[in-house]
Write a protein that binds this ligand. Structure first.
Ligand code: HPA
Length: 272
């Protein structure tokens, strides 16, 4: 089966379970799953039941699509994503985004947990992603290009939609939350970075570093979707003052940003 056929199989299965017209997609990052509690009239579809869908393996990541109502909109939420470091191909990492677009969804909010490299940041901050650095060593668009999905050489001059960035800044201000903005550097992981690596990514212009998001955002742009990216700064990744880090700490700090994250995303969804 080629990629187009696989996308179609998964799409047809989802439509056989749930036919509501979906307005917005949301990919939930590590520790940011609590927004699913606010979704009404939910249909939950397990990844393992969707043809051609992979199953995620990381603790703290569920493995389900949730379709339901949030802030008056119909949303599709990916609760649990696929990471390159789990050993999946880039095609597999980004497959769900292809299926979401096939369901005629054009707006996607992509979230993640990230280390803060900008010394002005603090753990627990949220950062609107204004641009990214793909330091993963590969690219999800390598290989056969399907013109039905997008161009061979897609434009990336505005990967993160300027209107959605502005909307999110306005929403944060109206809720009286501070929010950062900056450049997200994506690495393959799964190890956290060495001080020398962090120094390099900071010199490159990165404000935050993480192990996801960029493949999905590249593929979403390939298909001309509007993308909003939000990072939760779960730890400070400062080359000259680097404390030992583990996944537990990342989850604990994501928890601290939870309420702010949920309120911002809910209001953005309402106003999109
Ligand atoms: N580095 C890479 N990925 C991450 C980090 C980090 O410091 N924190 C959360 N995800």
């Amino acid at each position: 089966m080629n990629l187009l056929e696989k996308i179609n199989e998964a799409k047809e299965y989802i439509l056989s379970v749930e036919k509501r017209k979906i307005d917005i997609a949301i990919i939930l990052g590590t520790g940011l799953g609590s927004i699913t509690e606010d979704i009404q009239n939910k249909t939950v579809i397990k990844y393992k039941d969707i043809p051609e869908f992979p199953v995620s393996t990381v603790k703290g990541h569920a493995g389900e699509l949730i379709i339901g109502e949030l802030s008056g909109k119909t949303v599709i939420v990916m609760n649990g994503r696929f990471h390159f470091y789990e050993g999946y191909s880039m095609e597999t990492v980004t497959f769900a985004v292809r299926v979401i677009k096939a369901l005629d969804v054009n707006d996607i909010i992509v979230t993640n947990a990230a280390g803060g490299m900008n010394p002005e940041f603090e753990a627990g901050d949220l950062m609107i992603i204004e641009d990214h650095l793909n330091c993963m060593g590969t690219n999800p668009l390598i290989g056969k290009n399907y013109e039905e999905l997008g161009a061979r050489f897609p434009d990336m001059s505005q990967c993160y939609n300027k209107e959605l960035i502005k909307l999110t800044k306005d929403v944060s201000e109206s809720l009286e939350y501070s929010i950062r903005s900056g450049v997200y550097a994506a690495v393959s992981g799964p190890m956290y970075e060495t001080p020398a690596e962090l120094r390099m990514f900071r010199l490159f212009g990165g404000d935050a570093v993480g192990m996801s998001t960029v493949p999905e955002v590249i593929v979403a742009n390939h298909m001309s979707m509007r993308v909003l990216g939000i990072s939760c700064i779960t730890d400070m990744a400062l080359a000259d003052n680097l404390e030992p880090l583990d996944h537990k700490k990342v989850l604990q700090n994501a928890e601290k940003a939870k309420i702010k994250f949920v309120n911002i995303v809910k209001t953005v969804v309402e106003k999109i």
